[in-house]
Design a protein around this ligand. Structure first.
Ligand code: HGY
Ligand code: MN
Ligand code: MN
Ligand code: MN
Length: 390
């Protein structure tokens, strides 16, 4: 469950992740699945087809979480895939394609500041440099993978071949409130926002809180704070842009010391890649201007985490048909949250089925869904699969 008792924080390759794997593996085995953990540690349950050389439909999502997470973000998609296979197993039904239920080991990237480590391995877009990332204890991804039972040096072989795949379906809580507004249990993502991230460090002069006069100061935290305000003001002006400073670290971090450095994270998203990249360039310029006005220096490290993605029209249509057949109005809308489906789109047709969540709340222990909406999602996935099986 969690490392801090009573709160859910399931970080990649940790004992908390291992106990989740133990639970899910038991359920997968009971549902007639063959289990394996791949070279980076993704959990893969395979429900074999009724014929050899069949293609595979992957149904999955991530098993890692953010800190103090809700209990549905990620794992709901694995459990719904598992529930659908369990019902096939109970009916002693095998399909003309295999189904793999995949729990990706690292999508949120809380532990290493990575992103999509698990799905990038399957999609063949894994960057080996990610193996060198270190967590707050100095443990590298490579060592964490090994300790968890994986094989970092064999990761490149784990990439799937597109011709063996039928597609990828991710069932995920909406993490927004469109479905609630439309009073619908499920919906389909037509696009997924792209993400840029940056880590900024403002560097000034550490000083004595009592004797360094205000005109002598080059206070790194004041520079960072001005930047945080500028980010919010700018994002409010640009339609469709969301910008978040989620992490801030001040050093040396004492109440009687003028801060010498302030390091912060920046997460930028927009459905349009051009708009996102020009926002990133503007905020980079703004950070530089604030630093020079205040006699600070600035370190700026940016990463293009994921481009905006349009989900596969054919799968979206099939989902819409399944939703209609299940008695609900099919709707489509963009996803502001990122999903492994945007990475899996790089190798196979991919789609996201949203499940309504209360108040759109997510990345928050108050995250919740209803049993009826989960049942509706399971029925839609079953109809989707039956249609695919012909
Ligand atoms: O950050 C996201 O959008 C996702 O929840 N990982
Ligand atoms: Mn394998
Ligand atoms: Mn999340
Ligand atoms: Mn998620």
């Amino acid at each position: 469950m969690s490392e801090e008792e009573g709160r859910l924080t399931r970080r990649s390759f940790t004992p908390a992740m291992r106990s989740a794997y133990d639970l899910v593996t038991g359920w997968m085995r009971a549902a007639g699945m063959v289990i394996h953990e791949d070279c980076i540690g993704n959990l893969v349950g395979t429900y074999t087809a009724n014929r050899s050389a069949a293609r595979t439909l992957i149904i999955g999502s991530h098993l890692d979480t953010v800190r103090d997470a809700g209990i549905f973000d990620g794992i709901l998609g694995v459990m719904i895939g598992l529930a659908v296979v369990e019902r096939l197993h109970q009916a002693k039904r095998r399909l003309p394609f295999a189904i793999e239920v995949v729990g990706f080991i690292d999508q949120e990237g809380l532990r290493f500041g990575s992103s999509f480590l698990g799905s990038r391995v399957l999609a063949g877009s894994f960057d080996p440099a990610a193996l060198l990332l270190r967590d707050d204890q100095g443990v590298s991804v490579a060592d964490a993978v090994r300790e968890f039972g994986g094989h970092p040096d064999l990761i490149v072989q784990e990439a799937r071949r597109a011709q063996t795949l039928l597609g990828y379906l991710e069932v995920h809580i909406e993490q927004g409130s469109q479905l609630e507004r439309m009073n619908l249990p499920v919906g389909v993502a037509n696009t997924i926002a792209g993400i840029s991230r940056a880590t900024l460090t403002f560097m000034g002069v550490t000083g004595h809180a009592g004797t360094m006069t205000m005109d002598q100061r080059h206070d790194a935290l004041c520079g960072a704070s001005e930047f945080v305000g500028a980010v919010e003001a700018y994002a409010r002006e640009i339609p469709g842009l969301v910008a978040t400073v989620g992490e801030l670290c001040v050093a040396p971090g004492a109440r009687n010391v003028v801060p010498g450095t302030a390091t912060l994270s920046l997460d930028l998203r927009h459905q349009d890649d051009q708009a996102r990249l020009s926002a990133l360039a503007h905020l980079h310029w703004r950070a530089g201007a604030i630093a020079s006005e205040r006699g600070l220096s600035l370190r700026w490290d940016e990463a293009q985490v994921q481009a905006g993605t349009t989900m596969a029209p054919e799968l979206r249509n099939r989902l819409a048909t399944a939703i209609g057949a299940a008695g609900h109005t099919p709707v489509e809308f963009p996803s502001g949250a990122c999903h492994d489906a945007s990475v899996m789109s790089g190798i196979t047709d991919s789609a996201v089925l949203f499940v309504r969540c209360k108040g759109g709340i997510s990345h928050n222990p108050a995250e919740s869904v209803t049993l009826e909406d989960v049942a509706a999602a399971i029925e839609v996935v079953e109809r989707f699969i039956n249609e695919l099986a012909g």
